[in-house]
Design a protein around this ligand. Structure first.
Ligand SMILES: [Zn+2]
Ligand SMILES: [Zn+2]
Ligand SMILES: [Zn+2]
Length: 279
Protein backbone atom coordinates (compact mmCIF):
# COMPACT_ATOMS: atom_id res chain seq x y z
CA UNK A 1 0.00 0.00 0.00
CA UNK A 2 1.14 3.53 -0.67
CA UNK A 3 0.07 6.58 1.32
CA UNK A 4 0.75 9.92 -0.31
CA UNK A 5 0.39 13.11 1.72
CA UNK A 6 -1.03 15.82 -0.54
CA UNK A 7 -1.68 18.53 2.04
CA UNK A 8 -0.13 18.47 5.52
CA UNK A 9 -1.30 21.61 7.35
CA UNK A 10 -4.08 22.37 9.77
CA UNK A 11 -6.93 24.69 8.78
CA UNK A 12 -4.95 27.93 8.27
CA UNK A 13 -2.26 26.41 6.06
CA UNK A 14 1.39 27.07 6.86
CA UNK A 15 2.30 29.90 6.27
CA UNK A 16 -1.15 30.86 7.49
CA UNK A 17 -2.97 33.06 5.06
CA UNK A 18 -3.12 36.25 7.19
CA UNK A 19 -0.33 35.51 9.70
CA UNK A 20 2.97 37.29 10.35
CA UNK A 21 4.32 35.05 13.16
CA UNK A 22 7.97 33.90 13.08
CA UNK A 23 7.00 30.37 12.00
CA UNK A 24 5.05 31.73 9.05
CA UNK A 25 7.78 34.22 8.11
CA UNK A 26 10.40 31.46 8.21
CA UNK A 27 8.22 29.17 6.10
CA UNK A 28 7.79 31.94 3.51
CA UNK A 29 11.56 32.55 3.42
CA UNK A 30 12.65 28.91 3.30
CA UNK A 31 9.81 27.50 1.18
CA UNK A 32 10.19 23.79 0.26
CA UNK A 33 8.89 21.39 2.88
CA UNK A 34 7.78 24.30 5.07
CA UNK A 35 4.97 25.19 2.67
CA UNK A 36 2.01 23.15 3.85
CA UNK A 37 -1.44 23.16 2.25
CA UNK A 38 -4.69 21.93 3.79
CA UNK A 39 -5.13 18.33 4.86
CA UNK A 40 -5.57 15.62 2.23
CA UNK A 41 -4.02 12.23 1.44
CA UNK A 42 -4.49 9.49 -1.11
CA UNK A 43 -3.92 5.74 -0.85
CA UNK A 44 -2.55 3.97 -3.94
CA UNK A 45 -3.50 7.07 -5.96
CA UNK A 46 -7.16 5.98 -5.85
CA UNK A 47 -8.65 6.04 -2.35
CA UNK A 48 -8.91 9.69 -1.39
CA UNK A 49 -8.96 10.95 2.21
CA UNK A 50 -10.63 14.33 2.75
CA UNK A 51 -11.55 17.07 0.27
CA UNK A 52 -10.24 20.52 1.29
CA UNK A 53 -10.32 23.68 -0.81
CA UNK A 54 -6.70 22.97 -1.87
CA UNK A 55 -7.75 19.77 -3.69
CA UNK A 56 -7.49 21.20 -7.21
CA UNK A 57 -3.91 22.38 -6.57
CA UNK A 58 -3.06 18.91 -5.20
CA UNK A 59 -4.35 17.29 -8.41
CA UNK A 60 -2.14 19.58 -10.51
CA UNK A 61 0.97 19.33 -8.32
CA UNK A 62 0.86 15.53 -8.10
CA UNK A 63 -0.42 14.72 -11.58
CA UNK A 64 -3.36 12.80 -10.11
CA UNK A 65 -6.12 11.32 -12.24
CA UNK A 66 -9.33 11.81 -10.27
CA UNK A 67 -11.35 9.94 -12.87
CA UNK A 68 -9.82 6.86 -11.15
CA UNK A 69 -11.11 7.92 -7.72
CA UNK A 70 -14.44 6.33 -6.84
CA UNK A 71 -14.25 6.39 -3.04
CA UNK A 72 -13.53 9.28 -0.66
CA UNK A 73 -13.21 9.01 3.11
CA UNK A 74 -13.99 12.25 4.94
CA UNK A 75 -12.79 12.45 8.52
CA UNK A 76 -15.03 15.30 9.75
CA UNK A 77 -16.66 18.52 8.61
CA UNK A 78 -13.96 21.07 9.51
CA UNK A 79 -13.27 23.10 6.36
CA UNK A 80 -9.63 21.98 6.05
CA UNK A 81 -11.06 18.48 5.49
CA UNK A 82 -14.33 19.15 3.69
CA UNK A 83 -15.11 21.73 1.01
CA UNK A 84 -18.41 20.30 -0.29
CA UNK A 85 -18.64 22.50 -3.40
CA UNK A 86 -15.59 20.78 -4.94
CA UNK A 87 -17.59 17.54 -5.23
CA UNK A 88 -20.24 19.28 -7.34
CA UNK A 89 -17.73 19.61 -10.19
CA UNK A 90 -18.34 15.95 -10.89
CA UNK A 91 -21.66 16.97 -12.54
CA UNK A 92 -21.91 15.25 -15.91
CA UNK A 93 -21.79 18.48 -17.96
CA UNK A 94 -18.31 19.17 -16.49
CA UNK A 95 -16.94 15.61 -16.91
CA UNK A 96 -16.41 14.51 -20.50
CA UNK A 97 -14.98 11.55 -22.41
CA UNK A 98 -15.93 8.99 -19.78
CA UNK A 99 -18.35 6.36 -21.16
CA UNK A 100 -20.40 6.72 -18.03
CA UNK A 101 -19.44 8.79 -15.01
CA UNK A 102 -19.22 6.27 -12.16
CA UNK A 103 -20.73 7.08 -8.82
CA UNK A 104 -18.38 8.75 -6.38
CA UNK A 105 -18.99 7.32 -2.91
CA UNK A 106 -18.24 9.78 -0.11
CA UNK A 107 -18.11 8.26 3.36
CA UNK A 108 -18.39 10.24 6.57
CA UNK A 109 -20.37 11.01 9.68
CA UNK A 110 -23.82 12.57 9.82
CA UNK A 111 -22.51 16.17 9.66
CA UNK A 112 -20.42 15.38 6.57
CA UNK A 113 -23.24 13.64 4.69
CA UNK A 114 -25.70 16.41 5.63
CA UNK A 115 -23.34 19.14 4.40
CA UNK A 116 -22.89 17.27 1.13
CA UNK A 117 -26.62 16.80 0.62
CA UNK A 118 -27.21 20.49 1.39
CA UNK A 119 -24.59 21.55 -1.17
CA UNK A 120 -26.11 19.20 -3.75
CA UNK A 121 -29.59 20.61 -3.10
CA UNK A 122 -28.32 24.21 -3.38
CA UNK A 123 -26.40 23.56 -6.60
CA UNK A 124 -27.75 25.51 -9.56
CA UNK A 125 -26.87 22.72 -12.02
CA UNK A 126 -29.75 20.86 -13.67
CA UNK A 127 -30.75 17.89 -11.47
CA UNK A 128 -29.94 15.50 -14.32
CA UNK A 129 -26.23 16.43 -14.21
CA UNK A 130 -25.82 15.40 -10.55
CA UNK A 131 -28.20 12.45 -10.50
CA UNK A 132 -26.34 9.25 -9.74
CA UNK A 133 -22.82 10.69 -9.69
CA UNK A 134 -22.41 11.52 -5.98
CA UNK A 135 -23.40 9.18 -3.18
CA UNK A 136 -22.90 10.47 0.39
CA UNK A 137 -22.76 7.43 2.70
CA UNK A 138 -23.07 7.84 6.45
CA UNK A 139 -20.91 5.24 8.21
CA UNK A 140 -21.11 4.04 11.79
CA UNK A 141 -18.16 3.74 14.16
CA UNK A 142 -16.43 0.36 14.54
CA UNK A 143 -18.35 -1.14 11.59
CA UNK A 144 -16.15 -2.27 8.67
CA UNK A 145 -17.39 -1.44 5.17
CA UNK A 146 -16.07 -1.99 1.63
CA UNK A 147 -14.75 0.96 -0.35
CA UNK A 148 -13.74 -0.62 -3.65
CA UNK A 149 -10.78 -2.94 -2.95
CA UNK A 150 -10.38 -1.63 0.61
CA UNK A 151 -11.96 -2.61 3.90
CA UNK A 152 -12.40 0.55 5.93
CA UNK A 153 -13.48 1.09 9.53
CA UNK A 154 -14.27 4.44 11.14
CA UNK A 155 -12.85 4.58 14.65
CA UNK A 156 -13.73 6.97 17.46
CA UNK A 157 -11.39 9.88 18.08
CA UNK A 158 -11.00 12.89 20.33
CA UNK A 159 -11.92 15.83 18.10
CA UNK A 160 -14.94 18.17 17.90
CA UNK A 161 -16.17 16.76 21.23
CA UNK A 162 -19.84 17.63 21.77
CA UNK A 163 -20.23 18.89 18.19
CA UNK A 164 -19.99 15.87 15.94
CA UNK A 165 -18.54 12.35 15.84
CA UNK A 166 -15.27 12.87 13.98
CA UNK A 167 -13.68 9.77 12.47
CA UNK A 168 -10.21 8.38 12.12
CA UNK A 169 -9.91 5.49 9.64
CA UNK A 170 -8.47 2.01 9.64
CA UNK A 171 -7.79 1.02 6.02
CA UNK A 172 -7.00 -2.58 5.04
CA UNK A 173 -6.05 -4.24 1.77
CA UNK A 174 -4.13 -7.41 0.86
CA UNK A 175 -3.05 -8.06 4.45
CA UNK A 176 -1.76 -4.49 5.00
CA UNK A 177 -3.31 -2.11 7.50
CA UNK A 178 -3.03 1.67 7.79
CA UNK A 179 -4.31 3.75 10.69
CA UNK A 180 -4.96 7.30 9.51
CA UNK A 181 -5.43 9.30 12.71
CA UNK A 182 -6.32 12.92 11.82
CA UNK A 183 -7.62 14.98 13.53
CA UNK A 184 -7.51 13.59 17.05
CA UNK A 185 -6.09 13.92 20.51
CA UNK A 186 -4.65 10.86 22.25
CA UNK A 187 -6.63 7.78 21.18
CA UNK A 188 -9.78 6.94 23.10
CA UNK A 189 -10.08 3.69 25.08
CA UNK A 190 -12.87 2.39 22.80
CA UNK A 191 -10.45 2.68 19.89
CA UNK A 192 -7.65 0.94 21.81
CA UNK A 193 -10.08 -1.92 22.50
CA UNK A 194 -10.94 -2.18 18.80
CA UNK A 195 -7.26 -2.21 17.84
CA UNK A 196 -6.33 -4.92 20.36
CA UNK A 197 -5.07 -8.05 18.61
CA UNK A 198 -4.56 -6.29 15.27
CA UNK A 199 -1.31 -5.42 13.56
CA UNK A 200 -0.71 -2.02 12.00
CA UNK A 201 1.74 -1.67 9.10
CA UNK A 202 1.57 2.12 9.05
CA UNK A 203 0.24 4.82 11.34
CA UNK A 204 -0.11 8.54 10.64
CA UNK A 205 -0.65 10.51 13.83
CA UNK A 206 -1.98 14.01 14.29
CA UNK A 207 0.82 16.42 15.22
CA UNK A 208 -0.90 19.79 14.99
CA UNK A 209 1.15 21.28 17.84
CA UNK A 210 4.48 20.01 16.43
CA UNK A 211 6.87 19.50 19.41
CA UNK A 212 4.43 20.80 22.05
CA UNK A 213 2.32 18.62 24.34
CA UNK A 214 -1.43 18.43 23.60
CA UNK A 215 -3.58 15.56 24.81
CA UNK A 216 -7.09 16.54 23.75
CA UNK A 217 -8.49 17.55 20.37
CA UNK A 218 -5.15 17.38 18.59
CA UNK A 219 -1.67 16.10 19.47
CA UNK A 220 1.97 17.09 19.44
CA UNK A 221 5.08 14.90 19.21
CA UNK A 222 5.17 13.93 22.94
CA UNK A 223 1.65 12.53 22.61
CA UNK A 224 2.40 10.70 19.36
CA UNK A 225 5.46 9.15 21.05
CA UNK A 226 3.28 8.06 23.98
CA UNK A 227 0.72 6.49 21.59
CA UNK A 228 3.47 4.75 19.63
CA UNK A 229 5.04 3.26 22.78
CA UNK A 230 1.65 1.92 23.86
CA UNK A 231 1.10 0.34 20.43
CA UNK A 232 4.50 -1.35 20.61
CA UNK A 233 3.87 -2.57 24.17
CA UNK A 234 0.50 -4.02 23.17
CA UNK A 235 1.87 -5.63 20.02
CA UNK A 236 -0.47 -3.59 17.78
CA UNK A 237 2.68 -2.28 16.10
CA UNK A 238 6.22 -3.58 15.84
CA UNK A 239 9.63 -2.34 14.74
CA UNK A 240 8.61 -2.72 11.09
CA UNK A 241 5.57 -0.44 11.44
CA UNK A 242 5.99 2.91 9.63
CA UNK A 243 5.11 5.80 11.92
CA UNK A 244 4.49 9.25 10.48
CA UNK A 245 3.36 12.54 12.00
CA UNK A 246 1.21 14.91 9.96
CA UNK A 247 -1.28 17.85 10.08
CA UNK A 248 0.84 20.73 11.38
CA UNK A 249 -0.05 24.22 12.56
CA UNK A 250 2.20 27.29 12.63
CA UNK A 251 0.99 27.59 16.25
CA UNK A 252 3.40 24.69 16.90
CA UNK A 253 6.16 27.12 15.97
CA UNK A 254 8.88 24.76 14.78
CA UNK A 255 9.69 24.53 11.06
CA UNK A 256 10.53 21.33 9.16
CA UNK A 257 14.34 21.50 9.34
CA UNK A 258 14.36 21.79 13.13
CA UNK A 259 11.49 19.38 13.76
CA UNK A 260 12.36 16.49 11.41
CA UNK A 261 15.56 15.39 13.28
CA UNK A 262 13.72 15.55 16.61
CA UNK A 263 10.83 13.40 15.32
CA UNK A 264 13.23 10.99 13.60
CA UNK A 265 14.96 10.35 16.95
CA UNK A 266 11.63 8.93 18.10
CA UNK A 267 11.16 6.89 14.92
CA UNK A 268 8.72 9.19 13.15
CA UNK A 269 8.78 10.36 9.56
CA UNK A 270 7.62 13.98 9.33
CA UNK A 271 5.14 14.46 6.50
CA UNK A 272 5.43 17.20 3.91
CA UNK A 273 3.26 17.97 0.90
CA UNK A 274 4.03 15.28 -1.68
CA UNK A 275 5.67 12.69 0.64
CA UNK A 276 4.93 9.06 -0.26
CA UNK A 277 5.33 6.17 2.16
CA UNK A 278 5.17 2.53 1.06
CA UNK A 279 4.47 -0.37 3.38
ZN1 LIG B 1 -7.71 19.61 10.47
ZN1 LIG C 1 1.77 32.11 11.71
ZN1 LIG D 1 -10.49 19.30 12.60
Amino acid sequence: MQLKFLGTAAAEGWPAIFCQCEACKTARQRGGRNIRTRSQSIVDRRLLIDMPADTYMHVLQNNLDFSKVEHVLVTHSHPDHLYPEEFLLRRTDFVHLMDSVPKLYIYGNQAVTEQLKKAMAACDAPDSTLAGVLEPVEVALFTPFRAGEYTVTALACDHMAGLETAHIYLIEKDGKTLLYAHDTGELLEATWEYLAGRHLDAVSFDCTFVAKDCKRGHMGLPNAVFMKERMLEQGIADRKTCFAVNHFSHNGGMCYEEFAPLAEKHGFTVSYDGLEIEF
